[in-house]
Design a protein around this ligand. Sequence first.
Ligand SMILES: [Fe+2]
Ligand SMILES: [Fe+2]
Length: 360
Amino acid sequence: MQPPAPYPPPYAHGPAAPEARPHTGVAVAVALVSCFVMPVVYVALALEILGHRYGGGGSFTPLAVAIAVGFALWITALVLSIRSIVLSGRVGASRAGGIVALVVSVLSVVTAAAATAFGLLMASGGGAHGRPLRVRGRPRTAPTRRDAAWSVDPSGALPDASRLTADERAREAARWTRDAREEHASIAAFARLSVDLLALGAPPGLVERAHRAALDEVLHARLAFALAGAYAGEPVGPEVWPEALEGEAAERPAGTLRRVALESLVDGAYGEGLAALRAAAEVAADPAVAEVLATVARDEAGHAALGWDVLAFCVARDGSLAPALVEAAADLAARADSALERSHAASVRGELGALLAERG
Ligand SMILES: [Fe+2]
Ligand SMILES: [Fe+2]
């Protein structure tokens, strides 16, 4: 008896599978869309990260969705372009379209990286930071509370926050609260400087300028608290701040000249000079904000000049401070992480060199 014939394989029956098509046009189109979407997503990501690093609020949720969409587009563009190249080769068609799509999708990562770098560079130029109050070497600021006492006269110009989204208002409120806390701390820093100068037997001109600078900082703090309150929709002011008194006795009198010299270089000449440059470079659409930035830019430049003059006084008093100052200036240059900071650090190093050479 003959064994039964085996069943024919299933693929021997039915219609033939359709030939896969390269869909080169779709691959190119998706790659082009990805090329435009990826840079936007990455700039948004850079700004969001900076916003959070500098104490901004804002939600990550819409950004997470945008990132997911951006990545999905990019991966789809890559897969479609590679598929187009493979299938075009298989059917003997030209692979040029697929290769163009692949190049464009790879280019979208390059444009995204360039856009991110640009976004970070621009964003790092914003925001002014003045002379900090240092407690055992570390900058300190007061906590805040709901309090209108530190806001300027409400009849003064305030920004129009009504056109901003809730997210934008929260970000601006956080930014100006941070600035206000730093300006407020600068008042204490100049108050301390004036006592330091008296302790060191400084001439009256320097003492007077330290007091005037403290008054400038009172105005800056009030202006910044007023902007913070306008964006937050409720008054913002400083909380009681006993920490401002910490470390006073421990730091004095030993090493006062050295500390004043280093603070005048790092926080005055460099820090307040940088604050002036940042405030001058920042473009504000709202005229009330632009006016505050102009005031801050002018005053901080004056405070930086005071820093240089106090530094010259300290160096004249004790020339052995020079190596520590040169090292501190080099450290500033090494820690600079934006184009503005690097160029400013380089100019401070140059000016310090000239000052030390002049003093022998
Ligand atoms: Fe200031
Ligand atoms: Fe200042």
